[in-house]
Design a protein around this ligand. Structure first.
Ligand SMILES: C[S@@+](CC[C@H](N)C(=O)[O-])C[C@H]1O[C@@H](n2cnc3c(N)ncnc32)[C@H](O)[C@@H]1O
Length: 296
């Protein structure tokens, strides 16, 4: 079987299996490409749904052991609903590969788009000190470190398991000299002030998590659930952030679909809701100055 035939066959199986797509792809074809190409080490640029421009994929034969691996992982995807990222231990964020396993959420934050634009026009100067709070795999903080080569970046998480994954990614991207993984319950283990605090914290209520598709049950609950209808952790971050922001500092916080609840409860909160070309919602920016004035 060649690569193209394998992708076609898997895509059709995925389609019939009625999977949920929300961990890096949004359709069966891309899901099949993600699995097959990662196992074979083929670059994603070679993917095409049009066989006439398949760049030789139709002539590359898949070896027996590679095919067995792909089929085994495809079965796990279908029968156990495991997201592909956990099966191949790789997720892409802001164009960069990150090691992932079930100790961390699969990276998918729209904040990737802000990173790729170097947070323009939200920052007046490149940040010297950055905090990625609730870092998980470390994807946001590490990608941010790579677009700001002079920045010192702290990756903070309450989970020691997540921090092992973050540390592995620090080393994978060769940023050990200026990025460190810190265990901290929100700000409690942190010191000093940051020019940029960026956070994709848990923001889903326990009731909503219980309703999510089976794929989400493979993710750590600690990464998803927040009390008070999802708002407890985001609100604590908003209240405590001013003490950890430099004078010109900026907080960027993701709330996903919980943004509507925050906007209802605090209609006068002076935040700037951000738009994303590649989709995603519920991310805002707020300066330290505005946070101090906010009544929370
Ligand atoms: C939504 S995940 C985000 C992971 C990563 N930032 C991303 O975008 O893929 C939230 C993370 O927050 C961590 N977390 C939960 N409660 C926390 C707390 N009180 N203090 C610090 N981190 C916490 C979880 O362990 C999890 O890794």
């Amino acid at each position: 079987m060649n690569v193209l035939q394998c992708v076609e066959q898997l895509a059709s199986r995925f389609e019939q299996a009625d999977l949920f797509y929300g961990h890096g792809t949004d359709n069966p074809w891309d899901e099949a490409v993600y699995l097959v190409f990662t196992v074979l080490g083929v670059a994603f640029e070679q993917a095409s749904q049009d066989s006439s421009t398949a760049n030789g994929l139709e002539t590359r034969e898949i070896g027996e052991s590679e095919l067995t691996t792909i089929q085994t992982l495809a079965e796990q995807r279908i029968q156990e609903r495991v997201p592909i990222a956990y099966l191949v231990h790789q997720a892409w964020f802001a164009g960069l590969p990150f090691y992932v396993d079930e100790r961390v959420l699969v990276p998918r934050s729209p904040i990737a788009e802000l990173v790729l634009h170097q947070y323009e026009p939200l920052l007046s100067t490149p940040p010297k000190r950055v905090l990625d709070l609730c870092t998980g795999s470390g994807c946001i903080g590490i990608a941010t470190a790579l677009v700001f080569p002079s920045a010192q970046v702290d990756l903070a998480d309450i989970s020691s398991d997540a921090l092992i994954v973050a540390q592995r990614n620090i080393e994978q991207h060769g940023v050990e000299g200026r990025v460190r993984a810190v265990q901290s319950d929100l700000f409690s283990g942190l010191q000093g002030s940051y020019d940029l605090i960026v956070s994709n914290p848990p923001y889903v209520s326990a009731e909503e998590v219980a309703e999510l598709p089976a794929e989400y049950r493979h993710e750590p609950e600690l990464g998803l659930v927040s009390d008070d209808d999802g708002l407890a952790i985001p609100l604590q971050i908003l209240r405590e952030a001013p003490a950890f922001l430099s004078e010109e500092g900026m907080l960027i916080l993701e709330l996903g679909y919980s943004w509507e609840l925050l906007a209802q409860r605090y209609p006068d909160l002076p935040v700037l809701w951000l738009d994303f070309e590649s989709g995603g919602e519920g991310v805002f920016a707020i300066s330290r100055e505005a946070l101090i004035r906010a009544e929370l």
